[in-house]
Design a protein around this ligand. Structure first.
Ligand code: AMP
Length: 397
């Protein structure tokens, strides 16, 4: 029987998931308020309606067998109202936890998953008071809604505490749920994707090493440059989290690896300590590398779970190193109205794949596309990212 799958969100993640579902013969419908979403100009069955439009959402749910989502910030109470008996994957409780950083860290505490020390605060006075008691330096984040470094500030002294308080309450709100976290002096950021089916069978993807610029993912390297015992510990943590939340679908765990001598609260492996940063119950930007680097992509894995088809183990397709580089709107803006020089690809045989999302407007920090390169060593793969981007934005002619 053909599966009818609904995807909430028609951005690049929803679009790439739809492509994987089409490979399995599924009927796919997408829902996105933006009439110019990437899905809208590629696929026929896209509902354009607001996230608060209960009637449109109810119709959307009624026409499919199973619904998933490409981002966490959908209103759980609205979904609970409109979902009826439709299967929602990963479920509402997973979504409730992962859309709130405090709930995530509390889950870590309950489940024995390693995490940085944290505290909650919700008013300007409380932030000042709790912050001083917590001790500098720390990082303060809005518990809900922040992404790519938005809604967070580093606090190192009284002056930056005042600045952070002013910024986080700039809209005049009297209360806002905040989390204060100890700053982890990490040497490496990693992510680990677990795909888990309805019978509880799980597959773990190779571990990615992630590098951010201005809080936005810049590149992802696989395999991550980690000693095997640390990699094993990361896989264990990611699996414990997916099982602990009873995820059916994908769970991406973002982690920090730090020197054990300089930290407390991490899961210690020799000289290293591993901390959970946060979770995403969906395909992840770092996982784009799996479209080219592994035998099963994150999108294919989720598509199989949604269609009740068995998973296979995602393995690297080649030796050496794969890297995914994001293409942000800045590259387009830097070149004014002119297009990027994609003919540069011909001079970069190490670049195996380029994907552009078809977004209509380039903005600073906006994810417009990505590419994947392969090289004999990690350092060569990382060098390839800068070299390809440089050539893309070279003056034409
Ligand atoms: P997040 O939005 O929580 O993923 O945070 C964005 C980035 O801020 C992370 O990728 C880290 O580079 C940094 N960051 C977040 N939390 C911490 C922390 N507790 N200690 C050190 N760096 C952090």
């Amino acid at each position: 029987m053909t599966a009818r799958v609904g995807i909430l969100g028609g951005g690049q993640l929803g679009m790439m998931l739809a492509a994987s579902l089409f490979k399995l013969g599924a009927d796919v419908s997408l829902y996105d308020p933006d009439p110019r979403s990437p899905a809208r100009h590629r696929f026929a069955s896209v509902t354009t309606a607001a996230w608060t439009d209960r009637a449109a959402l109810a119709r959307f749910f009624a026409e499919v067998d199973v619904v998933t989502y490409e981002f966490e910030n959908v209103d759980v109470s609205v979904i609970a109202e409109v979902a009826g008996h439709r299967v929602f994957r990963p479920g509402l409780s997973v979504l409730t936890t992962t859309q709130d950083r405090l709930a995530e860290k509390r889950l870590c505490r309950e489940r024995g998953l390693p995490h940085a020390r944290f505290e909650a605060a919700s008013s300007p006075d409380e932030l000042r008071e709790v912050g001083r008691a917590f001790g500098f330096p720390f990082i303060v984040k809005t518990a809900r809604g922040g992404y790519d470094g938005k809604g967070q500030a580093r606090v190192v002294d009284e002056a930056s505490l005042e600045r952070a308080t002013a910024e986080l309450f700039a809209d005049g709100a009297a209360r806002r749920s905040l989390i204060l976290e100890e700053l982890v002096p990490f040497s490496l950021e990693a992510s680990c994707i677990v795909a888990r089916d309805a019978a509880g069978r799980a597959e773990v993807f190779p571990i990615f090493e992630n590098h951010h610029e201005h809080h936005v993912l810049d590149w992802t390297l696989v395999p991550a440059r980690l000693p095997e015992p640390v990699a094993e510990t990361i896989r264990e943590i990611a699996l414990e989290a997916a099982r602990g939340m009873d995820v059916v679908g994908l769970l991406t765990t973002e982690l920090f690896v730090a020197p054990s001598a300089a930290t407390t609260g991490g899961r210690v492996v020799g000289e290293h300590a591993v901390f959970v940063n946060e979770f995403a119950p969906r395909p992840h930007n770092s996982g784009h590398v799996t479209r080219t680097a592994t035998t099963l992509s994150q999108f294919d894995a989720l598509a199989r779970i949604l269609c009740d088809l068995p998973l296979t183990t995602p393995r690297l397709v080649n030796d050496g190193a794969f890297v995914m580089g994001n293409l942000l709107g800045d590259l387009w803006l830097d070149r004014g109205a002119a297009r990027l020089a994609f003919d540069a690809w011909a001079r970069h045989p190490e670049v195996l794949d380029v994907m552009l999302y078809g977004k209509h407007e380039a903005r600073a920090g906006r994810k417009m596309g990505h590419f994947v390169a392969h090289a004999a060593s990690p350092s060569r793969a990382i060098d390839a990212v800068a070299a390809f981007r440089r050539d893309l934005s070279r003056p034409v002619g």
